[in-house]
Write a new protein. Sequence first.
Length: 208
Amino acid sequence: MLRYIFLSIFALLLLTACGGNDLSQFEQSGFTKCWECNLSGVDLSGANLSNAKLDMAQFVGANLTGANLTNAGMEAVNLREANLTGANLSGAHLGRANLSFANLSHANLSGAELSWTNMQEANLTGANLTDANLRETHLAGANLTGANLTGAHLLDAELFEANLTDANLTNMYYATTTPYIPKPGQKGLGWFYDRQNDYPWERIGDPD
């Protein structure tokens, strides 16, 4: 038993050490690239990371509050439980990323590539998702209260128990065979529209 505890502690220390080394590597690059780096738990709040190449990097629990990540390359990045409150991710490439349980409240994700991304239980309150690509994105349990989804593309996105109260759905494209089921007691939101074919696709709640 003690052997397993020792190995677990050693693995945790090793992970922490690697993260520190990777942060130094990221700093040496001028914060422009850090592929497959371990940056979990780092504090990069307010940092300018625009156009940075960060594919497959680990940012688990990282603090990226107010960071500038415009047009950043972040394919398959792991941002689970990261804090991205007020961050600018406009035009960022986040396909197949893990943003589950992340805080993206009031973040700017306009025009972002988010297809096949895991955003389960993410906090997207007041987020700007204008023209974002959310095709087949997993948004189960996500909080999209007051989010702007104008022109967003959500083909086959998973919205089970997502909260879309007061969200702006103007010209949003949503078509799926998976029914939208709001949480019990959630305010009704009427219809989603398929803007390509101009007809109601799916009822998502009883309008007031």
